[in-house]
Design a protein around this ligand. Sequence first.
Ligand code: C2E
Ligand code: CA
Ligand code: CA
Length: 659
Amino acid sequence: MTLPQPSEPKPNTSHNDAGHAVPRLLIVDDQASVHHAFREVFAARTRNLDLEADEAILFGDNASSASQNTSCPQDPAPRLDFAFQGEEAIDWVNTLADTGTRYDLAFVDMRMPPGINGEETIRRLWETDPDLHIVCCTAYSDDDLSEVMQRLGRPDQLVLLKKPFDPAEARQLTAALVEKHDLRNQARLHVVHLEATNRELKNQIKRRGEAEARLRYQASHDTLTGLYNREAFDQHLARCFETAQCNPDYHFAVLYIDLDNFKVVNDTLGHTAGDRLLSTVGKRLQDSLRPSDSVAKTAGNIAARLGGDEFVVLLDGLSHPDDAAAVADRLLTTVSGPNRINGLDLQIQISIGVAACDHHCTHHDDVLCHADLAMYRAKENGKNNRAVFDDEMHAKHHERINLLSDLQTAIDTHAINVVYQPIIDLHSGNMVAAEALARWDRPGHGPVSPATFIPVAEQSGLIVPLGDAVLRIACQQLIAWRRNASPNIPKAVSVNVALRQFLQRDFVDKLADLLAEFDIQPNELRIELTESTVMDQTVDIQRILHAVRHLGIQIYLDDFGTGYSSLSTLHKFPIDVLKIDQSFMRAVETDPRHAAIVKTITDLAHHLEAAVVIEGVEDIAQANSVIRWGCDYAQGFHYSRPQPASAYGLDQSPINRAA
Ligand code: C2E
Ligand code: CA
Ligand code: CA
């Protein structure tokens, strides 16, 4: 810690050759002989001085013996300044004060005609140096000075000495008063230091307090909008929930707000424009929640940004839970509206999910979750809209939670089954591989369609253990089939892999481990990735694709034609086979021109040295068509529905051979 230098009183003393501090005295007397006498008293006190003549004035008859007896060779001789008149003494003190030093002691005669007397002199000396110690010298013949002393005050700084005085007494008095003055100065220096330290400590405490307040603010606020952040919101929400548990008359609600089409702004106008849009929304929300505003008057209402384009509002202390919807309606008008960004008038639109804390909520998170679900309903209902969480949404939500729980159990207990659907070589009519498809017989509910449980698994992350389980079962099945000599055995399996599964850091290692563990040749295993997985631009899909290819495992691009892939970027990806989605087969039924599209896609795939599987071939007519269009492989109910593994290798083949 560095302390500022205080404006400390400079020591009055310089030092002599021996290093002793030299006191500085001022002698104020109108008689030169007195000056001389003082000089002698404080000069070489070890010498045998002939002081009688002068000292007699001051000290009377026993002067010289006293001066010898009290000699003190260690004490430095003081430095003396002399004044004949009070005014002159004041000049001395002023001059010294200008240099920042002070006298240790002044001897002041009481009568100094023709100038000001001792009393006035002392008073004026104290005006310049209030700490000055003064010995007031009077003759024995002078009147009683007690009244003067009383008038002057400061009894601790003023000593009376009657002339003639003993030299030893004078020196002792001087030594004592100089020491006292010195100690007083030191004490004052300490006080100055302590005060400076104290000031600095106070400053530090203040600065630390400010820094802590800043940190607290940063920890609880979103930097972009200045609104509360997720953590702070969570704390507020938890407090409201606690209050609601204790007080049935207390109501609160959460509004979950999501910007409509924010991604479009971010993608087309850039992140800076996106940030400005978010700031505007934050400000409008904040303004709408001021107690002075009519939208939501309670001071406890807060707005927060959870991240991205998601905002929340906590309506604290509603008179009735239904009031929350009215607040949402008002926010739709106050927050939505035009906003000029990059010279463009952008229309801000929001979707709001409304959820009050009700008997369905067992934890404060539930209120937020309900508001989130309601927000999705608002989006489904056409955006720029609000939806209130209701019993029907609650039932659906509950069902989803139960479904996830049952699905988790099914994965843990190996209750997920896999069926296989043949992929037919259209040139030979032979089965070249089979696609592995997950099946789940949910206890108490019967078979659940993958179209139902796969999306739920994808959203929740359960798709990772589920997909890994299917991969493993398919590999096990492949080697089990090897022991069967029948020609109706798939020689390879093709397994669907979801984006989240594909993005696991160790996905490629897992594939390699499976090949090694089951002693499978890489060309016996294929993975199917949907078009949207491959086109996902947020991560380095290409790198993983190449790593899979490097293992020798073929990559199928699934559901081709349903996503947004641009044909021009297709060549960038290491794709072996393009699976044309079954919706094209359906479309040809209604509009024969779709046949041309399938043919074009097939030609394009061939140019890119990829083969084509056409999905959804359901009858002989379609089977003949796909051969004509130049497709290489086909899959569909016409050849076989997905079958359990046990159906393969039997004499009765599951495959209706291609025409
Ligand atoms: P997909 O990968 O496109 O699988 C083909 C789907 O088309 C299968 O539906 C299959 O039964 C059906 N299908 C086959 N031929 C025909 C036909 O001629 N006509 C009609 N109408 N449908 C046909 P499924 O088994 O219900 O699977 C649905 C989707 O679930 C799959 O579509 C796939 O995306 C997903 N899925 C299934 N198992 C898994 C899995 O283990 N992992 C992942 N990630 N997804 C899976
Ligand atoms: Ca597939
Ligand atoms: Ca497909």
